[in-house]
Design a protein around this ligand. Structure first.
Ligand code: CAA
Ligand code: NAD
Length: 282
């Protein structure tokens, strides 16, 4: 039975994951290497819970009880009593491997190590631990408190018990699980990211304005956000890293990241989180 969860990385995904876990009654330790990120994460959770109180979805007492189940840290040493880790740090294989190697030596033997990676190989992350059968992909969608889907990805060595525990937990969180194999980008980002990359190529080639590209997809295809707004929302760094994983993993030029996407990331224009991407956020 999973009772205590460590969430590593308190960015937009980690904060959302911590919130839904605490709302479902789990004890949550929210960790980030930066204290500033932990505080920002707690602030966003407070704001969203307050909105739920205002809307009558939860009571003030339920909000407080949720917050009381949340503790924070900037080091991994306090993780000795957790049953599950959900890692949500930057989408870079080397960073994830370092985190998993360290966690493997700290968390109890029975603990499951899950990663919220958008595209990276679960099998490769699992191989740096001594418990590859207890490593799995648990891919939430952004914004986590709103989006219903969780993509569950088994690595080559993931056990049936680990899969079952994560599928059960997904349902306990009020989410809908789907299962995908350990291929680059799994299902969701293999389909979504090439569309976003193509929209960026359309800007790069001057086919239409940013606004008109987004309007085409919003009003023409009934997408809730245009692809460039969505790219800014996801983070242009994350979009680029996912395209690089698809490009390298399939060795197919159809996944070539658009040079404009690379340039924006080089400039530090990462979308909403940095204040500038295809749009300005002041
Ligand atoms: N965090 C938490 N809640 C949010 C939010 C956020 N960032 N943005 C909006 N919401 C909530 C609002 O509070 C509101 O809730 P209530 O009114 O019920 O309190 C509800 O969502 C609807 O919001 P709005 O009416 O303001 O706006 P909307 O109708 O346009 O919906 C949206 C917002 C749900 C984000 C919608 O625009 C949407 O579905 N966009 C597409 C999201 C998407 O595609 N996500 C997947 C990204 S890809 C991914 O996650 C995988 C990956 O690996 C990259
Ligand atoms: P983000 O940039 O908002 O947050 C990442 C956080 O991780 C930062 O606060 C950073 O300080 C922290 N961090 C980095 N290295 C760390 C370490 N070694 N230990 C502890 N904390 C560390 O990124 P995000 O958008 O939340 O994405 C996180 C993960 O979730 C990525 O793997 C991404 O691909 C995946 N993901 C993102 C989205 C999305 O829409 N943004 C959706 C689904 C999955």
């Amino acid at each position: 039975m999973i009772k205590k969860v460590l969430v590593v990385g308190a960015g937009q995904m980690g904060a959302g994951i911590a919130q839904v876990c605490a709302q479902a009654g789990l004890e949550v330790l929210l960790n980030d290497q930066k204290e500033e990120a932990v505080q920002k994460g707690l602030g966003s959770i407070d704001k969203l819970l307050s909105r739920s109180v205002e809307k009558g979805r939860i009571t003030e007492e339920e909000k407080k009880a949720t917050q009381n189940r949340l503790t924070t840290s900037t080091g991994l040493q306090d993780a000795g009593d957790c049953d599950l880790v959900i890692e949500a740090v930057v989408e870079k294989m080397e960073v994830k491997k370092t985190v998993f190697r360290e966690l493997d030596g700290i968390v109890p033997q029975h603990a499951i190590l899950a990663t919220n990676t958008s595209s990276l190989a679960i099998t490769e992350i699992a191989a740096v631990t001594k418990r590859p059968d207890q490593v799995i992909g648990m891919h939430f969608m952004n914004p986590v408190p709103v989006m219903k889907l969780v993509e569950i990805i088994r690595g080559l060595q993931t056990s049936d018990e680990t899969f079952q525990a994560i599928e059960d937990l997904t349902q306990r969180l009020g989410k809908v699980p789907v299962s995908a194999k350990d291929f680059p980008g799994f299902v969701s980002n293999r389909i979504l990211m090439p569309m976003i990359n193509e929209a960026i190529f359309a800007v790069y080639e001057g086919v239409a304005t940013v606004e008109d590209i987004d309007t085409s997809m919003k009003l023409g295809m009934n997408h809730p956000m245009g692809p460039l707004t969505l790219a800014d929302f996801i983070g242009l760094d994350t979009c680029l890293y996912i395209m690089e994983v698809l490009h390298e993993g399939f060795a197919d030029s159809k996944y070539r990241p658009c040079p404009l996407l690379k340039q924006y990331v080089q400039a530090g224009w990462l979308g909403k989180k940095s204040g500038r991407g295809f749009y300005n956020y002041d």
